[in-house]
Design a protein. Sequence first.
Lengths: 465, 846
Amino acid sequence: MLLTITYSGPNASDLGYLLHKHPGKVQSFDVSVGEAHVFYPEASDERCTAAVLLEVDPIALVRNKRFGGSDSFSLGHYVNDRPYAASSMLAVAMGKVFRTAMTGRCDARPELVATPIPLEIGLASVPSKGADRLATRLFTPLGWQVEETAIPLDTQFREWGDSRYTNLRLHGTLTLAEALRQLYVLLPVLDDSKHYWVSDDEVAKLLRAGEGWLAEHPDRELITRRYLAHQRTMIADATERLVEVGDVEAASASAGSTAHGTAAPTPLFSLRAEAVLAALRELDAHRVADLGCGEGALLKHLMADPSFTQILGADVSHRALGLAEERLHLRDLSDRQRARVKLIRSSITYLDDRMAGFDAVVLMEVIEHVDLDRLSAVEASVFAHARPGAVIVTTPNSEYNAMYPTLSEGGFRHSDHRFEWSRAEFAEWAQGVCGRNGYSVELRPVGENDPVVGTPTQLALFRRA
Amino acid sequence: MPELAIPDMSLVVLIGSSGSGKSTFAREHFGPFETLSSDFFRGLVSNDENDQASTADAFEALRFVAGKRLDAGLLTVVDATNVQPESRRAFVRLAREHDVLPVAIVLDVPERICVERNESRTDRRFGANVITRQQAQLRRSLKSLGREGFRRVHVLHGVDEIAEASITVEPLLNDRRFEAGPFDVIGDIHGCRSELETLLVRLGYAIEADAAGRPIDASNPDGRRAVFLGDLVDRGPDTPGVLRLVMGMVGNGHALAVPGNHEDKLVKALRGKKVQTSHGLAETLTQLAGESEEFRAQVERFADGLVSHLVLDGGDLVVAHAGLPESYQGRASGRVRAFALYGDTTGETDEYGLPVRYPWAEDYRGSATVLYGHTPTLEAEWVNNTMCLDTGCVFGGKLTALRYPEREVVSVPAERVWYEPVKPLAAPATADAPARAAGLLSIDDVLGKHIVETRTHGRIGVREDYAAGALEVISRWAIDPRWLLYLPPTMSPPSTSGREGLLEHPAEAFAAYRKEGISDLICEEKHMGSRAVVLLTRNAARFDAPEGWRGIVHTRTGRPFFDAQRADEFLARLDAAFENAGLWHELDTDWVMLDAELLPWSLKAGDMIRGQYASVGAAATAALPRAVAALEQAASRGIPVTELLERTRSRESNARGYVHAYRNYSAPADGLEGVQLAPFQVLATEGKTHSDASHRWHLDVADRLAAVEPALVRPTRSLVVNLTDDASVASAIEWWQSLTAEGGEGMVVKPLANLTRTAKGVVQPGIKVRGREYLRIIYGADYTEPENLGRLRDRNLAHKRSMALREYALGLEALDRLVAGEPLWRIHQAVFAVLAMESEPVDPRL
């Protein structure tokens, strides 16, 4: 909410001309989220400081539809940092208040406008998400000396550590217009939360504001990506959240090795789907239910193969089902095609007659999302109640986690995993299921096989006795 | 004057040629919706009642509607010519599919009259030859109607007979809803006369014997009647004795009876049909051979006259030998009878070579209690509102009765093993069988739109999309539904206060109750913790849990607070507190459920406090002092920033207040060290909810727990208010001010008497009045600024209030069902509905 710009030098108060704001006045501007005030705490011949104070109206913010208001029912929507942080909103205010100064036009002091001058920029409570000391990393290459001071979360609870905010002081010799344009781009990049104004012409705006410095910036990609953030579709958003460490590893590994000209390994999620499909074909299954189908990754493969004549996808998540319907283009299918596939809302901890009568039921990466003490309900609904001819279960092999350097000891591959089993643990559970429900089981490895820790995924193929 | 008897719930098929007066007849004798006319359905599907081309579609639609009516148990009349056997056959099949009786009424009118009537109509386009053909078809049909499957055939000859006819709807034989009991329902006897006598005496019946000392009747001085569930005969030592006694009781109106499969077979044998005499029939025939011819004839008449099942007590009780699913109850068809006598089998056989019986009771969701026998079990147990009372007396088990409506089980042991069972009475349970069937829920119990019938607030609907949200929450994060037996309701704040600087004030809460005519209230301190439901038990089996399980502590959305080990440690201490306070004994229970706050809030919400509240506080307290400093500097230069400076100073102080408010919620808790429970209501104990006990009583329980275990249990401060006493009201307001001045959350105002109803219905169980400082973490630090407060006063409370009442009623309903020992799915429906309500979009700041 607070930005100060200090110019030290002869006739320092010329800063007023460069900014097109008179040092002896306080000027206020309506911006969409509140009011921005420009005033000068000091204005001598040696040193002149302009301050921009943005007063965000929190109630207007909440009620304004454009800012995501009125349909949000979480408290975070009402109590947030926007009124205090030097966030993307401050950049919006700058764009409005210093529009002319940013273009580098000053008829009164034309020579000063083009001259790099010693500047000091002060910013309070700059939200910075992601990498440590990101502000230093972003501003240093542009010729700034950066002082970043961490703000603790709460001085009374030191053990909570630092907050995501820092106070920032930048020293450098640049033209004022350049300094302003850099701030205009980098404040939202540091913030990395919702840019309320992202529109179609944002790319053009970025190119204009970034002229002369962005192209050479070593973090150009990060800056561009974050500045244009939130144009990603909801689907991409969701995929990111659901992807597992293993998949990420495989994907990045593949990206890396392609660069070195070697063949990319198949990502784990593809290997898993292939293993499940192979098992289904081996079973000669025609009617298949994918329980916990998520967004339909496996269903897509099933639909592509005409030997699967009846396909059921079930999930408990309303969102996932909606996305699956979209991804599988169910609405565009012919009646005959459409009759093959059915998506239903269900839960594997409840008995559901609609899951009965299938040749095979697939639980691909599902059981580890169920609390251990609720697995008996899954067993009852799938093995005892639905009683398909076969059940295919895949789940992570926890022994393989040692192969993921980013995973902490004993950590899980996904934050929603309730457990991850070793091969022995999985086998023990599978044998128990067989004994109680009249099935036999065959365990199979999926993915790259390490002689010590095995494969990343394990698959159990149950056949009804 | 012909009187046509029609069984209730039947499908009546009118038969007669065009012009025979069927529609007029139907109009005179049946209700406007009861008659489905083919002409009308032609009109519906084609806009033309006479469009013969649309006949097939019209009949398809007609049969569909008829099916829906029969599903609902409604008498239905088909008005179509129906002169061809194939068109009638479709309706006979339809009746059977819905287990109702098909009835034919033939209107036999001379052809001449039909033709005349037809010619007088302008809308008919067919000629006399059509009627001639229909008349011929009718004539051919008349003799075969009975063979076609019609259970009653009425033929009305000529115009006069048709005009004079009247219709009487007769109740079905199984419809004994007017019999209200009380009953003593007795399971399979199988010739165990001596045990039957013992049981009847135990139940308070006086037995009457004939001259030879043989019991021939038994009556109860309180007017109770016995209901025999069939399988009186075979295997046991004295089948004739049992029959003599039961026939006497039934004949004298002291008992009702339904037949079992063994009676069914006995009738066939007595009629000389060739039947297998295994399973004990041989013994019966031998014993009966010693009786008189007359007695045998009497037995045959008695057993043959029994109705397959009976619907009793206004429809609340159904008795059938092998049980009966809801869709068959009160119906009549071959398969209903077969199910009632023989049950259903899965088609598999077990290791003893016996057919595996289909466990219909596990799927039973009907509202009527079903009592049955047929399958010998070790103990009579409730399964989804059904109970099997065959406890294998003849195999050396016991003879069991259920007292209805008391639902009390009374048994007498078998005197000996009279007949060696093929398999042991109850196969020992498999050591690690998957979760017991009773603990399993069906998706149909919760998915889709549901109505929950509550005792306190009538029918409460659950919208489908909110149910979907709740399903996800329950499936992914909630504890086992066998232990998730209650969820607390949300609570509404009072109407917005008009006082300066305040959004909420006790005066509005008091006014709300005053308006309801309630003057005795209690104010309870609102703890700065998390709402917690505690189930503490010394009887794990009551909750289908493993031996040694002490219970669970869960959040208001059904998530566990602790891992298993911590929960055990926590509950063990709480159990000891109950013991030391003498509460186990006093409450006369071996389990208790508490509504409580668990402190500190940071225990559950630590991430949220740090990630959201403290984070915003850090940004605010870092930025605002700098802004103030910059403004002061400008002001000292004479720049006119006074107003902005004042405002920013005020915001700086608001930010400090905000930080202070959330800090109240943060206390270090290491393991269970520092964790405290503040119970404020005893929700339920065995057989009892306590919603009608004064809040004073509830808080006394909490105080006693706190007295013996102060480290674990925190008492709840409270103040009783009498609204007719101004001093009392003033001191309550003062108390609230002192509670909240330092950032305390506030207080809850409740009717002192607890659950309170007025003529308008149930009253809000509590109104929370939150403190001015506390509300900063809800409405934002600067909400107290006059320009903000003015806009925030406009808040919509109606929805929140309605939600609070509905959730309250649903929670109470869950508890009522729990203590009544109702099946899990019934409890779960109410609990699930609370969670579904919570998915409704409502301003989270309320």
